[in-house]
Design a protein around this ligand. Structure first.
Ligand code: NAG
Length: 229
């Protein structure tokens, strides 16, 4: 109850701005807002954005023998913001982050996104999770998978990524996870993926070896360039 009220309140401003949020709008002309004065993340010049989503999810960490947390994957739900005014992307990310941060313990990202229906009908693009690295057979690789959601019926509507660039978050890098670029190494969903405008997701700075794994809630934008959809 309290949670729904919160959602309705925080979305009031976006509701005014986007009375009938749709999905599947053309974003090929939208420019990715990468920070100036850095060389880690480079906007693609030969492909254009095809999907832009905001994600709510968790980053998982295990406590290493050195007493610091190591990332062991993530799970997130990504919804479509292609029809939102790009000038509202940052605000929308802030709102999703604050709603997700404040959500009671048992609430899933799916529920948060479903409740975002107060701004229209948020369309779930797909899911982000980790799989065994398909090239080397060991270690974990990030995957973005739209085959169970917006691109059901297209078995190749996924992409497995390999990191090409890593920029500490321009704001609060101890709280907010890094901004990344990745090349698609499998699947036809995208040639390149960017994770930007991250909110939270960093683990505590130290841990006691032997303690259980932790999951830290985060939100971010994911931009998908190229691909064949
Ligand atoms: C991350 O943790 C969540 C529980 O918080 C779990 O559902 C998920 O399977 C975990 N994923 C990975 C890749 O460890």
């Amino acid at each position: 109850m309290m949670f729904s009220i919160l959602l309705t309140t925080v979305f009031a401003s976006l509701t005014l701005a986007a009375p009938s949020l749709k999905s599947g709008c053309d974003v090929s002309h939208v420019v990715i807002p990468l920070p100036a004065g850095q060389t880690q993340l480079v906007a693609p010049t030969t492909t254009t954005p095809r999907f832009i989503g905001i994600a709510a999810g968790v980053q998982n960490y295990t406590c290493a023998a050195t007493g610091t947390y190591t990332n062991v994957g993530a799970v997130a739900e990504i919804f479509d913001v292609s029809c939102l005014d790009p000038g509202l992307f940052v605000k929308a990310t802030d709102i999703v982050s604050s709603v997700w941060e404040k959500a009671p313990k048992g609430v899933t990202p799916q529920k948060v996104i479903k409740d975002l229906a107060v701004i229209g009908s948020p369309i779930v693009l797909g899911q982000h999770y980790f799989i065994t690295n398909p090239i080397t057979g060991t270690g974990l690789s990030p995957k973005w998978d739209f085959t169970s959601a917006s691109l059901a019926g297209h078995p190749d509507a996924f992409v497995v990524g390999a990191r090409t660039g890593d920029l500490p978050s321009p704001t609060d890098p101890t709280e907010n996870i890094d901004w990344l670029s990745l090349d698609g190494v499998q699947g036809n969903l995208a040639d390149q993926i960017f994770r930007i405008e991250t909110r939270k997701g960093q683990p505590p700075s130290s841990c006691t070896p032997g303690t259980p794994d932790i999951s830290v809630r985060y939100a971010s934008q994911y931009w998908f360039f190229g691909g064949s959809f």
